[in-house]
Design a protein around this ligand. Sequence first.
Ligand code: C2E
Ligand code: CA
Ligand code: CA
Length: 398
Amino acid sequence: MANADRILVIDDDRDIGELIAATAESLGLRCTATTDAAELPGLLTPEVSLILLDLMMPRMDGIEVLRLLGQLGSTAGVVLMSGISKRVMETAEKLARTLNLTIAGHLTKPFRLAELEDLLRGHIPQVKSAPARPCPQVEVRDEDLRSALRNREFVLFYQPQIDIASGEAEGLEALARWRHPRLGLLPPDCFIPRFEAMGEMDTFCWLMADQGLEEARRFASNGRPAPRIALNVSVQSLKDLKFPDTFIGLAGKHSIPAERITVEITESCLMQEPSSALDVLTRLRMKNVQLSIDDFGTGYAMMQHLVNIPANELKIDKVFVGNMHTNSSDRVLVEKTIEIGHELGMTVTAEGVETQAQLDFLRRKGCDRAQGFLFSRPLPLEAANEWLKGRRGRAAQA
Ligand code: C2E
Ligand code: CA
Ligand code: CA
């Protein structure tokens, strides 16, 4: 991503600032939030391309901030936020234009997360095609990765998994991100292949499992249990025959029942380590942990092994879901996977669902669950929680 893409939020409500920053980060954008408009001169660097400004603030109000932005010669787009009347908003917009500022839109409070996401996506063109930033290969050293593990710089983002028939979010997949102190938020392909090469993948997986199970409880609300939590586990961890016991111990430590946890293992990983994986997975299943075969369709010769693996979920890889409307062999693969999964008594989840047409097709073919940008991108904990609340609210109204 270009350097000139930082977002600045000025809002006296700290929660709003944090929510916007988290949402922006989930889209791979860098964001700074402040509750004090007086900090503006220091924060308005040339990198800032979008400013989200609350009009109603106690110390320096939005109009004063607009004047200050004009004086500072800001070229960033400005999004006005307020719960006040449309007319006040329009007046503020006029004023901004006379100050040579660019108004990039407005958000009426309270706003929905989807509105905010659309707005951020619309104004930062790179976000549309690139949810996460490319890896700065040269800048990250093995030592940086080790110290990141020690300093707990890895965080989990959560993406909802939707039950297609009921429309409810019944699961959340935990996906790791590196909150790099200098480079911002980095996606898994910047660190997972490196951890694998360094032999540190097992350490990383346990760290993420501990974090995910610790955070899982925070998704429970108003007496409703938290959705099932799905954790990604790598082949390195499955080589350890003690894995099931250690894993159950961890779930117990965080009081999460085993049947509320799904362990996702990629198909290609199962092919690499068939013997110990089978032992470990069978015992995990006996302890009631849900097992999912991830990225299904990308491995080889899997069909005949499938019957031996005690999994209860198949996840169709997003490549096939993405191509199924243009490529007939991918469409057949999706259809057959749903059929085979069901014949073997498994739940079938489609990942990477981005359009309503894809969802309609999957529903017609009897697919059980869907996950993808159509519903939500992976979100930081707080934003995911807000998303879940909004979803439950809408379901209750329906
Ligand atoms: P995955 O397990 O197959 O995760 C799904 C990936 O698809 C995620 O990428 C997610 O952001 C992306 N995705 C979800 N919906 C859509 C969509 O509608 N369209 C498109 N184009 N993409 C979508 P992400 O987060 O970059 O993760 C990449 C991979 O890194 C994961 O693939 C998983 O294999 C691995 N990974 C992530 N976190 C962990 C972790 O904590 N432990 C382990 N072992 N692996 C992890
Ligand atoms: Ca996965
Ligand atoms: Ca996958």
